[in-house]
Design a protein around this ligand. Structure first.
Ligand code: C5P
Length: 223
């Protein structure tokens, strides 16, 4: 008997990270941040001196990732350990996100991470955050959400986060990076970003976090 899964897919900056953490906490379910696995693959490759176009070597890196996800206090992001080292800050940079989207175009790298993602499916249930959770990793999930927002709004959110973190960027730059990453994620042949046929699409443009959470809970039939 497989545990229940709610998949939440969508582009970067759509609020998926925040929403899936809140959903998982509310339901008392496990959480899979699949983007972290692609980010970790990119980071581990960099540290091991593996070029981002060396597909066979990247597969070895992905398959051999020594990663631990440690739960933290409610409301805080899960702590991510790579070979025991806290790499949370290192994997959250724009550059690491960009590199992640480059390794994520490779089918063989995706295959190397597939079972690791499915292993997160445990009782009482799983909230899975990513790009292909509903289409590839958990195609049988009873509840699939596709969370989106306009590129401008996503750029604005990301810009505010970066400002708060003291990073000096321009909104135009952030918007451009979001467009480039969207383009790459949507137009790749391996598991492109798109809503599953049976996904409920929620557009969070102009909505507060609480409103989005309410819609997701309603979609999950738990409202
Ligand atoms: O969601 P996050 O920004 O952490 O994801 C980083 C990158 O990893 C994405 O831009 C995407 O290319 C890739 N990714 C993916 N499939 C997933 C999750 C993330 O291809 N399920």
């Amino acid at each position: 008997q497989l545990a229940a899964v709610i998949t939440v897919d969508g582009p970067g900056g759509s609020g998926k990270g925040t929403i899936t953490q809140m959903l998982a906490r509310k339901l008392g379910w496990h959480l899979l941040d699949s983007g972290a696995l692609y980010r970790l693959t990119a980071l581990a490759a960099e540290r091991q001196g593996v070029a981002l176009d060396n597909e066979p070597a990247l597969v070895v890196v992905a398959a051999g990732l020594d990663v631990t996800f440690e739960p933290t206090a409610p409301g805080e992001p899960t702590k991510v350990l790579l070979a025991g080292e806290d790499v949370n800050a290192a994997i959250r940079t724009e550059q690491c996100g960009n590199n992640a989207s480059k390794v994520a175009v490779m089918q063989s790298v995706r295959d190397a991470l597939l079972q690791r993602q499915r292993d997160f499916r445990k009782a009482p249930g799983l909230v899975a955050d990513g790009r292909d959770m509903g289409t590839v990793v958990f195609p049988d999930a009873p509840v699939k959400i596709f969370l989106t927002a306009s590129a401008e709004e996503r750029a604005q959110r990301r810009f505010s986060q970066l400002l708060q973190a003291g990073v000096d960027v321009s909104i135009a730059n952030v918007l451009e990076e979001i467009r480039v990453r969207d383009e790459r994620d949507m137009n790749r042949s391996a598991a492109p970003l798109k809503p599953a046929d049976d996904a409920q699409v929620i557009d969070s443009t102009g909505l507060s976090i609480e409103e989005v959470l309410g819609r997701c809970m309603a979609a999950a039939g738990q409202a």
